[in-house]
Design a protein around this ligand. Structure first.
Ligand code: ADP
Ligand code: ASP
Ligand code: MG
Length: 405
């Protein structure tokens, strides 16, 4: 039997009881004859608490030091899980990201895995041990610890599974699969049996927290099947893999939403490409990612521009704009009371009228739309934060996603 990689998220190891339940599941898998690698997140809300502690000291802590701090969350959980598994009589060893050969670039707090050197993990597996690897962290070329961005343990698990050519990568979480919408927002959301990598990547990038987008990207590149399932039940979950979408009748597969958005509007900027170029180049130079963009000419000479950034980037965006604007006569408005709601589905490529139905649903629910963006397989609308849940539910109903139509 081959290698199985199992990843347990923060809520799955939140307290001693849950940690012991995870330990029993791991031991059972090992007893079935598999070699088991476990990737584990920090317990419960540990990462949030560590970020909060850092913020109490400094609004902008050095990112290297923030990574030093955040990595401790996972280091605690690997040790505790190893103790739990050991207490059940199963040989086990815990490894930090660096010990486990997780090698990253130097982008602190949002590092990317460059490669996984699986030699140490294999060696420990061949000694008959369960190997526990800390998620979310790795070693930079300068021998520093870097973290992979929120939700990064998913990516650790998939990268380890790819490097070891594992049979399967199981992502255990607090829901029993990927649903047609966040089941916390839409109680009638439907569990999907399988989701194609492309659709899953869109859903994850557009705010469906259940998998980190980068994990889906790595899985697609290396052909790793991800099985998303519940830590608290034995039910089959959702398989994320390449799915034949040729004959697909379903136009929309799911609804996702992202609360981490802020809208910036510039009124009365000169209506020329140079100005636009200057604005977006300046933002790019300070590492700000601009998401949705809409421009509408107010007259021949001036135009209005709205775009969205993440809420963390809002302050720096406004500072950057203030520098460019200097003594020019534009007005600048910022609004972080907004949410991006999106519909995703590969079937949109061949079925017209999907965007029209989306606007119909939002209009019927009396929800204003500020900015729209589209790609081949998604349509996103920026709506007021106060209407977040209404918007997601209205779209879920309109496309009859509970029924899988
Ligand atoms: P973990 O701590 O296990 O990594 P996360 O909190 O990161 O778990 O992700 C699981 C959460 O993702 C669920 O509790 C659920 O509320 C949320 N979620 C958002 N969209 C979806 C979706 N389409 N399907 C399933 N879960 C979703
Ligand atoms: N502990 C990290 C976080 O909360 C990584 C993870 O859970 O995947 O984002
Ligand atoms: Mg997660």
């Amino acid at each position: 039997m081959g290698i199985v990689v199992q990843k347990y998220g923060g809520s799955s190891v939140a307290d001693t009881e849950k940690l012991m339940a995870v330990a029993r599941r791991v031991v059972k898998t090992a007893q079935q004859g598999h070699q088991v690698v476990v990737v584990v997140s920090a317990q419960g809300k540990t990462t949030d608490l560590l970020i909060e502690k850092a913020r109490q000291i400094s609004k902008h802590p050095p990112k290297r030091e923030l990574d030093m701090l955040l990595a401790t969350g996972e280091q605690a959980s690997i040790a505790l899980l190893a103790m739990a598994i050991d207490s059940l009589g199963q040989p086990v060893i815990s490894l930090t990201g660096p010990q486990g050969g997780i090698l990253t670039d130097t982008q602190h707090t949002k590092a990317r895995i460059r490669m996984v050197d699986g030699a140490r993990i294999k060696e420990e597996l061949d000694r008959g041990q369960v190997v526990i690897v800390a998620g979310f962290q790795g070693l930079t070329p300068t021998n520093d610890i870097a973290t992979l961005g929120r939700g990064g343990s998913d990516t650790t698990a998939v990268a380890v599974a790819a490097a070891l050519d594992a049979e399967v990568c199981e992502i255990y979480t607090d829901v029993d699969g990927v649903y047609s919408a966040d089941p916390r927002l839409v109680p009638e959301a439907r569990k999907l049996v399988e989701v194609d990598y492309g659709e899953m990547l869109e859903l994850a990038s557009l705010g469906a927290m259940v998998l980190q987008p980068r994990a889906v990207e790595v899985a697609a590149v290396y052909g790793v099947t991800i099985h998303v399932r519940s830590s608290f039940s034995q039910d089959e979950g959702t398989r994320v893999r390449e799915v034949d979408l040729m004959e697909r009748e379903i136009t929309v597969t799911g609804v996702a939403s992202d609360e981490n958005c802020a809208k910036v509007t510039l009124v009365g900027i000169p209506n020329d490409v140079n100005t636009l170029c200057h604005i977006f180049t300046s933002l790019a130079e300070v590492g700000i990612n601009v998401d949705m963009i809409v421009q509408a000419a107010a007259s021949k000479r001036t135009t209005d521009l709205s775009f969205t950034v993440t809420r963390e980037d809002l302050e720096e965006t406004l500072n950057t704009i203030a520098e460019i604007r200097s003594d020019q006569e534009w007005e600048v408005f910022a609004d972080d009371d907004v949410v991006k709601v999106s519909i995703v589905g590969a079937g949109m490529m061949t079925n017209p009228g999907v965007a029209a139905r989306m606007f119909q649903a939002l209009t019927e629910a009396d929800i204003p739309v500020f900015v729209v963006s589209t790609s081949e397989i998604k349509v996103s609308c920026l709506v007021p934060r106060a209407r977040h849940v209404d918007a997601v539910q209205a779209l879920h109903r309109k496309f009859e996603l509970h029924a899988g139509k």
